[in-house]
Design a protein around this ligand. Structure first.
Ligand SMILES: NC(=O)c1ccc[n+]([C@@H]2O[C@H](COP(=O)([O-])OP(=O)(O)OC[C@H]3O[C@@H](n4cnc5c(N)ncnc54)[C@H](OP(=O)(O)O)[C@@H]3O)[C@@H](O)[C@H]2O)c1
Length: 317
Protein backbone atom coordinates (compact mmCIF):
# COMPACT_ATOMS: atom_id res chain seq x y z
CA UNK A 1 0.00 0.00 0.00
CA UNK A 2 1.36 3.44 -0.97
CA UNK A 3 0.80 5.80 1.99
CA UNK A 4 0.27 9.42 0.94
CA UNK A 5 0.16 12.78 2.66
CA UNK A 6 -1.49 15.85 1.13
CA UNK A 7 -0.22 19.44 1.10
CA UNK A 8 -2.91 22.09 0.57
CA UNK A 9 -6.52 22.15 1.69
CA UNK A 10 -8.29 23.74 -1.29
CA UNK A 11 -10.81 22.15 -3.62
CA UNK A 12 -8.15 20.58 -5.83
CA UNK A 13 -6.76 18.53 -2.93
CA UNK A 14 -10.29 17.29 -2.22
CA UNK A 15 -10.62 16.30 -5.85
CA UNK A 16 -7.27 14.55 -5.68
CA UNK A 17 -8.47 12.64 -2.60
CA UNK A 18 -11.59 11.61 -4.48
CA UNK A 19 -9.39 10.27 -7.30
CA UNK A 20 -7.11 8.39 -4.88
CA UNK A 21 -10.17 6.62 -3.49
CA UNK A 22 -10.74 5.20 -6.98
CA UNK A 23 -7.24 3.69 -7.38
CA UNK A 24 -6.12 0.42 -5.79
CA UNK A 25 -3.00 0.24 -3.66
CA UNK A 26 -2.76 3.91 -2.67
CA UNK A 27 -4.39 5.84 0.16
CA UNK A 28 -4.05 9.13 2.04
CA UNK A 29 -2.93 8.78 5.67
CA UNK A 30 -2.08 12.37 6.65
CA UNK A 31 -3.28 15.87 5.72
CA UNK A 32 -0.87 18.79 6.10
CA UNK A 33 -1.92 22.43 6.40
CA UNK A 34 -0.12 25.52 7.63
CA UNK A 35 -3.02 25.86 10.05
CA UNK A 36 -3.82 23.18 12.66
CA UNK A 37 -7.59 23.66 12.66
CA UNK A 38 -7.68 23.59 8.87
CA UNK A 39 -5.58 20.42 8.77
CA UNK A 40 -7.89 18.66 11.26
CA UNK A 41 -11.07 19.85 9.57
CA UNK A 42 -9.80 18.77 6.15
CA UNK A 43 -8.74 15.34 7.46
CA UNK A 44 -12.07 14.82 9.26
CA UNK A 45 -14.07 15.87 6.22
CA UNK A 46 -12.25 13.40 3.99
CA UNK A 47 -11.86 10.57 6.47
CA UNK A 48 -8.06 10.91 6.67
CA UNK A 49 -6.56 9.59 9.91
CA UNK A 50 -3.71 12.03 10.51
CA UNK A 51 -3.40 15.83 10.45
CA UNK A 52 -0.30 17.97 10.96
CA UNK A 53 1.24 21.41 10.58
CA UNK A 54 4.83 20.10 10.79
CA UNK A 55 5.80 19.20 7.25
CA UNK A 56 9.49 18.56 8.01
CA UNK A 57 8.62 16.06 10.75
CA UNK A 58 5.95 14.41 8.59
CA UNK A 59 8.40 13.86 5.72
CA UNK A 60 10.86 12.12 8.07
CA UNK A 61 8.28 10.29 10.19
CA UNK A 62 8.44 7.00 8.31
CA UNK A 63 4.64 7.11 8.16
CA UNK A 64 4.32 8.08 4.49
CA UNK A 65 5.79 6.96 1.17
CA UNK A 66 4.60 9.81 -1.03
CA UNK A 67 3.24 13.33 -0.93
CA UNK A 68 0.75 15.30 -3.03
CA UNK A 69 1.76 18.96 -3.47
CA UNK A 70 -1.38 21.05 -4.02
CA UNK A 71 -0.04 24.44 -2.91
CA UNK A 72 0.21 27.55 -5.13
CA UNK A 73 2.67 27.14 -8.02
CA UNK A 74 5.33 29.35 -6.47
CA UNK A 75 5.48 27.17 -3.33
CA UNK A 76 5.94 23.85 -5.18
CA UNK A 77 9.72 23.75 -5.70
CA UNK A 78 10.76 24.08 -2.04
CA UNK A 79 8.18 21.53 -0.84
CA UNK A 80 9.08 19.07 -3.58
CA UNK A 81 12.78 19.44 -2.77
CA UNK A 82 12.18 18.81 0.95
CA UNK A 83 10.18 15.67 0.15
CA UNK A 84 12.80 14.31 -2.25
CA UNK A 85 15.58 14.98 0.26
CA UNK A 86 13.59 12.96 2.80
CA UNK A 87 13.27 10.05 0.35
CA UNK A 88 9.58 10.62 -0.36
CA UNK A 89 7.93 10.22 -3.81
CA UNK A 90 6.20 13.37 -5.08
CA UNK A 91 3.06 14.07 -7.10
CA UNK A 92 3.20 17.81 -7.76
CA UNK A 93 0.32 19.74 -9.29
CA UNK A 94 0.73 21.43 -12.66
CA UNK A 95 2.81 23.41 -13.39
CA UNK A 96 5.49 21.53 -11.43
CA UNK A 97 7.71 24.60 -11.17
CA UNK A 98 7.79 28.03 -12.83
CA UNK A 99 10.92 27.18 -14.85
CA UNK A 100 12.27 24.12 -16.63
CA UNK A 101 15.63 24.51 -14.87
CA UNK A 102 14.03 24.09 -11.45
CA UNK A 103 12.18 20.97 -12.54
CA UNK A 104 15.30 19.52 -14.16
CA UNK A 105 17.12 19.98 -10.83
CA UNK A 106 14.30 18.20 -8.99
CA UNK A 107 14.28 15.35 -11.50
CA UNK A 108 18.04 14.91 -10.99
CA UNK A 109 17.68 15.00 -7.21
CA UNK A 110 14.83 12.47 -7.31
CA UNK A 111 16.86 10.12 -9.49
CA UNK A 112 19.83 10.35 -7.09
CA UNK A 113 17.55 9.68 -4.11
CA UNK A 114 15.73 6.80 -5.83
CA UNK A 115 12.28 8.41 -5.71
CA UNK A 116 9.75 9.55 -8.31
CA UNK A 117 8.87 13.17 -9.02
CA UNK A 118 5.74 13.40 -11.16
CA UNK A 119 3.81 16.41 -12.45
CA UNK A 120 0.05 15.95 -12.38
CA UNK A 121 -1.18 16.81 -15.89
CA UNK A 122 -4.52 15.07 -15.93
CA UNK A 123 -5.45 15.51 -19.59
CA UNK A 124 -2.53 13.55 -21.04
CA UNK A 125 -3.39 10.46 -18.97
CA UNK A 126 -7.07 10.58 -19.90
CA UNK A 127 -8.40 7.75 -22.11
CA UNK A 128 -9.87 10.45 -24.39
CA UNK A 129 -6.35 11.63 -25.21
CA UNK A 130 -5.37 8.04 -26.02
CA UNK A 131 -8.33 7.90 -28.40
CA UNK A 132 -7.18 11.10 -30.12
CA UNK A 133 -3.72 9.57 -30.56
CA UNK A 134 -5.29 6.41 -32.00
CA UNK A 135 -7.17 8.46 -34.63
CA UNK A 136 -4.12 10.42 -35.83
CA UNK A 137 -3.08 7.95 -38.56
CA UNK A 138 -6.54 8.39 -40.18
CA UNK A 139 -6.00 12.09 -41.02
CA UNK A 140 -2.71 11.75 -42.87
CA UNK A 141 0.08 14.23 -42.53
CA UNK A 142 -0.73 16.71 -39.75
CA UNK A 143 -0.50 20.33 -40.91
CA UNK A 144 -2.31 22.51 -38.39
CA UNK A 145 -3.24 22.11 -34.73
CA UNK A 146 -5.39 24.48 -32.70
CA UNK A 147 -5.90 23.78 -28.98
CA UNK A 148 -7.12 26.13 -26.29
CA UNK A 149 -8.39 26.44 -22.75
CA UNK A 150 -10.31 29.57 -21.84
CA UNK A 151 -12.30 29.61 -18.64
CA UNK A 152 -13.43 32.82 -16.90
CA UNK A 153 -12.11 32.82 -13.33
CA UNK A 154 -14.30 34.09 -10.50
CA UNK A 155 -11.02 35.15 -8.91
CA UNK A 156 -10.59 37.68 -11.75
CA UNK A 157 -13.52 39.52 -10.15
CA UNK A 158 -11.26 39.97 -7.09
CA UNK A 159 -8.53 41.39 -9.35
CA UNK A 160 -11.05 43.85 -10.76
CA UNK A 161 -11.87 44.80 -7.15
CA UNK A 162 -8.18 45.62 -6.53
CA UNK A 163 -7.12 42.37 -4.80
CA UNK A 164 -4.32 39.91 -5.68
CA UNK A 165 -5.63 36.35 -5.29
CA UNK A 166 -2.92 33.68 -5.40
CA UNK A 167 -3.88 32.51 -8.88
CA UNK A 168 -3.22 36.02 -10.28
CA UNK A 169 -0.15 36.69 -8.08
CA UNK A 170 3.09 36.77 -10.11
CA UNK A 171 5.05 36.15 -6.88
CA UNK A 172 3.33 32.73 -6.63
CA UNK A 173 3.69 31.97 -10.35
CA UNK A 174 0.05 32.77 -11.00
CA UNK A 175 -1.53 33.66 -14.34
CA UNK A 176 -3.41 32.05 -17.19
CA UNK A 177 -0.40 30.49 -18.90
CA UNK A 178 0.74 28.64 -15.77
CA UNK A 179 -2.81 27.77 -14.77
CA UNK A 180 -4.56 26.89 -18.04
CA UNK A 181 -2.11 27.30 -20.94
CA UNK A 182 -0.16 24.30 -19.71
CA UNK A 183 -3.07 21.98 -20.58
CA UNK A 184 -3.14 22.63 -24.35
CA UNK A 185 0.66 22.91 -24.39
CA UNK A 186 0.96 19.52 -22.67
CA UNK A 187 -1.53 17.98 -25.08
CA UNK A 188 0.46 19.21 -28.08
CA UNK A 189 3.78 17.99 -26.66
CA UNK A 190 2.23 14.68 -25.57
CA UNK A 191 0.80 13.99 -29.04
CA UNK A 192 3.59 15.44 -31.21
CA UNK A 193 6.76 15.74 -29.12
CA UNK A 194 9.03 18.70 -28.49
CA UNK A 195 8.53 21.62 -30.90
CA UNK A 196 11.42 23.07 -32.90
CA UNK A 197 10.55 26.57 -31.70
CA UNK A 198 7.97 28.42 -29.60
CA UNK A 199 6.77 32.01 -29.77
CA UNK A 200 3.93 33.64 -27.92
CA UNK A 201 2.48 36.63 -26.25
CA UNK A 202 0.21 37.34 -23.29
CA UNK A 203 -2.18 39.96 -21.96
CA UNK A 204 -1.29 41.40 -18.54
CA UNK A 205 -3.90 42.16 -15.85
CA UNK A 206 -3.66 44.64 -12.96
CA UNK A 207 -1.69 42.29 -10.67
CA UNK A 208 1.09 41.94 -13.26
CA UNK A 209 0.19 38.30 -14.06
CA UNK A 210 -1.02 37.28 -17.50
CA UNK A 211 -4.77 36.90 -17.95
CA UNK A 212 -4.78 35.47 -21.47
CA UNK A 213 -2.45 34.72 -24.32
CA UNK A 214 -1.56 32.68 -27.37
CA UNK A 215 1.44 30.76 -28.65
CA UNK A 216 2.69 29.18 -31.83
CA UNK A 217 4.66 25.93 -31.65
CA UNK A 218 6.56 25.17 -34.85
CA UNK A 219 7.29 21.60 -35.94
CA UNK A 220 9.10 20.54 -39.12
CA UNK A 221 5.86 19.85 -41.04
CA UNK A 222 3.14 21.74 -39.15
CA UNK A 223 2.35 24.47 -36.68
CA UNK A 224 0.33 24.25 -33.49
CA UNK A 225 -1.56 27.20 -32.13
CA UNK A 226 -2.37 27.32 -28.44
CA UNK A 227 -4.62 29.82 -26.64
CA UNK A 228 -5.54 30.29 -23.00
CA UNK A 229 -7.54 32.72 -20.90
CA UNK A 230 -8.84 33.23 -17.39
CA UNK A 231 -10.48 36.54 -18.27
CA UNK A 232 -12.77 35.25 -21.02
CA UNK A 233 -14.29 31.94 -22.03
CA UNK A 234 -14.62 29.79 -25.11
CA UNK A 235 -16.65 26.82 -26.28
CA UNK A 236 -14.65 26.50 -29.47
CA UNK A 237 -13.60 22.90 -30.16
CA UNK A 238 -9.98 21.89 -30.46
CA UNK A 239 -8.79 20.76 -33.89
CA UNK A 240 -6.08 18.72 -35.52
CA UNK A 241 -6.04 19.18 -39.28
CA UNK A 242 -4.33 16.61 -41.47
CA UNK A 243 -4.13 16.34 -45.25
CA UNK A 244 -6.84 13.63 -45.25
CA UNK A 245 -9.11 14.86 -42.48
CA UNK A 246 -9.70 16.71 -39.24
CA UNK A 247 -10.12 15.56 -35.63
CA UNK A 248 -12.30 17.71 -33.38
CA UNK A 249 -12.04 17.43 -29.60
CA UNK A 250 -14.51 19.00 -27.18
CA UNK A 251 -12.29 19.70 -24.18
CA UNK A 252 -8.53 19.55 -24.09
CA UNK A 253 -8.55 19.04 -20.29
CA UNK A 254 -10.94 16.07 -20.57
CA UNK A 255 -11.60 14.81 -24.11
CA UNK A 256 -15.00 13.12 -24.24
CA UNK A 257 -16.64 14.02 -27.58
CA UNK A 258 -14.30 13.32 -30.46
CA UNK A 259 -15.26 13.72 -34.13
CA UNK A 260 -13.39 12.60 -37.21
CA UNK A 261 -14.17 14.28 -40.56
CA UNK A 262 -12.51 12.91 -43.66
CA UNK A 263 -12.03 14.74 -46.95
CA UNK A 264 -14.25 12.19 -48.67
CA UNK A 265 -17.18 13.68 -46.72
CA UNK A 266 -17.58 11.02 -44.03
CA UNK A 267 -17.92 12.16 -40.43
CA UNK A 268 -17.99 9.97 -37.35
CA UNK A 269 -18.44 11.15 -33.80
CA UNK A 270 -17.75 9.12 -30.69
CA UNK A 271 -18.21 9.55 -26.98
CA UNK A 272 -15.35 8.36 -24.79
CA UNK A 273 -16.50 6.70 -21.57
CA UNK A 274 -14.21 8.10 -18.94
CA UNK A 275 -14.28 9.10 -15.29
CA UNK A 276 -15.87 12.45 -14.45
CA UNK A 277 -12.88 13.08 -12.18
CA UNK A 278 -10.07 12.36 -14.61
CA UNK A 279 -7.39 12.86 -11.95
CA UNK A 280 -7.95 9.15 -11.35
CA UNK A 281 -5.81 8.32 -14.39
CA UNK A 282 -2.84 10.43 -13.31
CA UNK A 283 -3.03 8.95 -9.81
CA UNK A 284 -2.95 5.47 -11.34
CA UNK A 285 0.09 6.46 -13.41
CA UNK A 286 1.83 7.85 -10.31
CA UNK A 287 1.22 4.58 -8.45
CA UNK A 288 2.65 2.62 -11.41
CA UNK A 289 5.76 4.82 -11.42
CA UNK A 290 6.29 4.22 -7.70
CA UNK A 291 5.96 0.49 -8.40
CA UNK A 292 8.79 0.70 -10.93
CA UNK A 293 7.64 2.12 -14.29
CA UNK A 294 10.13 4.54 -15.88
CA UNK A 295 9.17 8.19 -15.19
CA UNK A 296 11.55 9.60 -17.83
CA UNK A 297 8.96 10.13 -20.63
CA UNK A 298 6.56 11.86 -18.24
CA UNK A 299 9.34 14.08 -16.91
CA UNK A 300 10.62 14.87 -20.43
CA UNK A 301 7.13 16.00 -21.46
CA UNK A 302 6.88 18.23 -18.39
CA UNK A 303 10.29 19.73 -19.13
CA UNK A 304 9.43 20.43 -22.78
CA UNK A 305 6.21 22.17 -21.71
CA UNK A 306 8.00 24.25 -19.07
CA UNK A 307 10.57 25.28 -21.69
CA UNK A 308 7.69 26.37 -23.95
CA UNK A 309 6.15 28.34 -21.06
CA UNK A 310 9.48 30.06 -20.50
CA UNK A 311 9.78 30.95 -24.19
CA UNK A 312 6.31 32.54 -24.11
CA UNK A 313 7.11 34.51 -20.96
CA UNK A 314 10.49 35.56 -22.37
CA UNK A 315 8.79 37.04 -25.40
CA UNK A 316 6.75 39.19 -23.03
CA UNK A 317 9.74 40.43 -21.05
N1 LIG B 1 -5.41 19.60 -11.82
C1 LIG B 1 -6.35 20.50 -11.75
O1 LIG B 1 -7.43 20.37 -12.31
C2 LIG B 1 -6.11 21.73 -10.92
C3 LIG B 1 -7.16 22.58 -10.63
C4 LIG B 1 -6.92 23.67 -9.79
C5 LIG B 1 -5.63 23.92 -9.32
N2 LIG B 1 -4.63 23.07 -9.66
C6 LIG B 1 -3.28 23.30 -9.15
O2 LIG B 1 -3.32 23.10 -7.74
C7 LIG B 1 -2.43 23.99 -7.10
C8 LIG B 1 -3.19 24.77 -6.05
O3 LIG B 1 -4.07 25.65 -6.71
P1 LIG B 1 -5.23 26.40 -5.86
O4 LIG B 1 -5.89 27.34 -6.77
O5 LIG B 1 -6.02 25.42 -5.10
O6 LIG B 1 -4.30 27.25 -4.86
P2 LIG B 1 -4.66 28.01 -3.50
O7 LIG B 1 -6.09 27.82 -3.18
O8 LIG B 1 -4.14 29.40 -3.63
O9 LIG B 1 -3.75 27.26 -2.44
C9 LIG B 1 -3.84 25.86 -2.24
C10 LIG B 1 -3.46 25.52 -0.81
O10 LIG B 1 -2.12 25.85 -0.57
C11 LIG B 1 -1.97 26.46 0.73
N3 LIG B 1 -1.43 27.81 0.50
C12 LIG B 1 -2.10 28.95 0.17
N4 LIG B 1 -1.25 29.98 0.02
C13 LIG B 1 -0.02 29.48 0.26
C14 LIG B 1 1.28 30.05 0.25
N5 LIG B 1 1.47 31.37 -0.01
N6 LIG B 1 2.33 29.24 0.54
C15 LIG B 1 2.16 27.94 0.83
N7 LIG B 1 0.93 27.34 0.85
C16 LIG B 1 -0.12 28.10 0.56
C17 LIG B 1 -3.36 26.52 1.35
O11 LIG B 1 -3.47 25.44 2.26
P3 LIG B 1 -3.25 25.69 3.83
O12 LIG B 1 -3.52 27.14 4.08
O13 LIG B 1 -4.24 24.79 4.46
O14 LIG B 1 -1.83 25.31 4.11
C18 LIG B 1 -4.30 26.27 0.19
O15 LIG B 1 -5.42 25.49 0.53
C19 LIG B 1 -1.79 24.83 -8.20
O16 LIG B 1 -0.55 24.28 -8.56
C20 LIG B 1 -2.76 24.71 -9.36
O17 LIG B 1 -2.16 24.86 -10.62
C21 LIG B 1 -4.85 21.99 -10.43
Amino acid sequence: MIRLATIGTSGITERFADAVAGVDGIRIDVAYSRDAARARAFADRLGIAGATTDLAALLRSGEIDAVYVGSPNGAHAAQVRDAIDAGIHVFVEKPATPTAGEFADLVGAARDRGVVVFEGMRNVYDPGMAQVAALLPRIGRVRLVSFGQSQYSARYDLVLAGETPNIFDPALAGGALFDLGVYPLSAVVHLFGTPASVAGSTVTVATGADGAGAALLTYPEFVAQVSFSKIGFSHRPNEIQGELGTIEIDEITRPREIALSLRDGTRTAEHVDGAENNMVYEVARFADLIRGDDPTPDQERSLAVLRAVEAIHRKDA
